[in-house]
Ligand binder design. Structure first.
Ligand SMILES: [Mn+2]
Length: 424
C-alpha cells in the first residue's frame, strides 16, 4: 500500500485549489438547479470492479512486452488492486479469473480484508488449455462437438461457482472463445444448441442469489463466426436459460460504429442487462483504456443507466476489461476508473424532465443540447472531492508516482519473460 503521509503531502499541495474549484462548480450547478453535494454523494458511492488480469501487462497476438514489477500471483495482483482502490476510492472489488487466480479461499478472504477489497464476478476460462487438462478446447468448449469436452467445460464452470461461493462472489461471467474460422466448419444452428444444452447445466448449479453474466463477442479468437456473436444471440440465450441469466456488454465486442447505448437501452427494457466490461476501441476489440478514444459514447451509455436508476431489478455489474501494453497498468486502471466515474457524474447532470419535454416536442436540437450540457460540464472537482473526503488522492497518478510503488515492487518481483503472444 501507499504510505498515508505521501497521499497527505500530495493532497495538501492542491487542496485549496480544489476547494475553490468545487465551490465555483457548486455555484454554477446551483444555477442549473443541481445540488453538487448530492452528485458528489452518488459519485462517492459508485464503484467499478478491477479484473485481476488487468494489473498485469497485456499484449497482442504478436508479442508481449513485460512491464516492471508485474504481479507474480493473485496476492501480488490484489496488492496492486489495493493501491488502485486506496488512491481512487472508486474500485472496491476485484474480479477473479479461474484457474489463473486459484488459491485457498481463506487466504484470498484474508488478503482482501487486509486491503479493504471484496470479490466481484468469477470468470471461467475455457478458451485455453491448462497443463493438467484432459481434453483440448482447440475446437471449442461449451459448444464443442464432443460431449465429453462439453462436460469438462461445464465442470470447470461449476468449480468457479464453488470457489466464488467461498469468497463472497455473487456472479459467474461466462465468455467462450468457441466459434469457427471457415464457412461450413460447423453447423451454425447445432453449435448454438450444444452451447445452450451445456450452459443450462451451469445455470442449474447457480446458487439462488447468483447471476450468470453472458458475454458475447463478435470475433476473435474465432474469426469467421463465434457461437455467441452479438447481443441478439446473447439475449436469446439469457432468455432461454432463465431469470438469473443476463447479458454482459463489453464495449469492445461489437462491430465498429454499432450503437451500444441503444443495445443497453433495449436490454434494460427487457430486464436482461447484467453488466459491463468497460474499455474503448477504435477499430475492433482493441481493449484500449476506457474513455480514451470515445468519451462521448461512454457518457451516452451512462445516460441510459442513469435514466434507468430505480427500475425494479436494475443492478448491472460494472467492471473494467482492458489491456495495457504501453502504460503502467495501475495508472491506466486508475485513470479508467475515474473516466467511468466522470461519465456517470456527467450523466447525472442531465436535466431529465427538460430532455423528455424536448423529445416529446420533437425538438431534436434542444434534446441533444441538453445531453451535451451534461457531457460538457467539467466534473473533475466533484470526483476529486469525493476521493479526498474518502481518504484517497486528489490526483491519484501523481500520488502513485510520488510514492515510487512500481520501483518498490519491481525490486521484489522478477520480470516475466515476454517470448510468446500476450493474452488480451
Ligand atoms: Mn470482456
Amino acid at each position: 500500500m501507499i504510505k498515508a503521509s505521501v497521499i497527505a503531502a500530495q493532497n495538501a499541495a492542491s487542496e485549496t485549489a480544489l476547494r475553490d474549484d468545487y465551490d465555483a462548480l457548486g455555484h454554477h450547478l446551483a444555477r442549473r438547479g443541481i445540488d453538487i453535494n448530492a452528485i458528489k454523494a452518488k459519485v462517492a458511492a459508485y464503484g467499478v470492479a478491477i479484473p485481476s488480469w488487468g494489473v498485469g501487462t497485456g499484449g497482442t497476438r504478436f508479442a508481449r512486452f513485460p512491464g516492471e514489477g508485474e504481479p507474480r500471483n493473485i496476492f501480488d495482483k490484489l496488492d496492486d488492486c489495493g493501491v488502485i482502490q486506496q488512491l481512487t476510492r472508486a474500485t472496491p472489488a476485484v474480479s477473479l479469473h479461474i484457474p489463473w487466480d486459484k488459491a485457498p479461499a481463506a487466504d484470498l478472504n484474508a488478503k482482501a480484508a487486509e486491503l479493504g477489497l471484496r470479490f466481484d464476478a468469477m470468470n471461467s476460462n475455457t478458451f485455453q488449455d491448462q497443463a493438467d487438462q484432459k481434453l483440448s478446447y482447440k475446437y471449442g468448449s461449451v459448444s464443442h462437438a464432443d460431449a465429453a469436452t462439453r462436460a469438462q467445460a461445464v465442470e470447470h464452470n461449476l468449480e468457479c461457482i464453488e470457489i466464488g461461493a467461498a469468497i463472497g462472489s455473487k456472479a459467474l461471467t461466462v465468455w467462450v472463445g468457441d466459434g469457427t474460422n471457415f464457412p461450413g466448419q460447423q453447423d451454425l444452428g447445432r453449435s448454438l444448441d450444444r452451447y445452450l444444452e451445456a450452459a443450462s447445466k451451469i445455470y442449474g448449479a447457480l446458487p439462488d442469489d447468483w447471476r450468470m453474466l453472458l458475454e458475447h463477442k463478435m470475433f476473435e479468437p474465432a474469426f469467421y463466426s463465434t457461437v455467441v456473436q452479438d447481443w441478439g444471440t446473447n439475449y436469446i440465450i439469457a432468455t432461454e436459460l432463465g431469470p438469473q441469466a443476463q447479458c454482459l456488454v463489453d464495449l469492445g465486442h461489437h462491430a465498429p460504429n454499432v450503437n451500444i447505448e441503444m443495445i443497453v437501452a433495449r436490454l434494460i427494457r427487457q430486464g436482461k442487462l447484467g453488466g459491463f466490461h468497460f474499455n474503448d476501441s477504435k477499430y475492433g476489440d482493441d481493449d484500449l483504456d476506457t474513455g480514451s478514444v470515445e468519451p462521448y459514447r461512454l457518457f451516452l451509455v451512462f445516460n441510459e443507466l442513469v435514466a434507468a436508476e430505480g427500475r425494479e431489478g436494475f443492478n448491472p455489474a460494472h467492471m473494467l476489461d482492458q489491456s495495457h501494453n504501453v502504460t503502467d497498468p495501475i495508472e491506466s486502471l486508475m485513470v479508467s476508473a475515474m473516466e467511468v466515474q466522470r461519465a456517470y457524474a456527467q450523466a447525472l447532470l442531465v436535466n431529465r424532465s427538460a430532455l423528455t419535454a424536448a423529445q416529446d416536442a420533437n425538438d431534436a436540437l434542444m434534446a441533444t443540447t441538453e445531453l451535451k450540457r451534461g457531457f460538457r460540464t467539467d466534473v473533475e472537482p466533484i470526483l476529486a472531492m469525493a476521493r479526498l473526503e474518502q481518504g484517497g488522492a486528489i490526483d491519484p497518478v501523481a500520488a502513485y508516482r510520488a510514492a515510487g510503488y512500481r520501483a518498490q515492487v519491481a525490486a521484489q518481483r522478477p520480470k516475466v519473460s515476454g517470448g510468446g503472444g500476450g493474452i488480451v
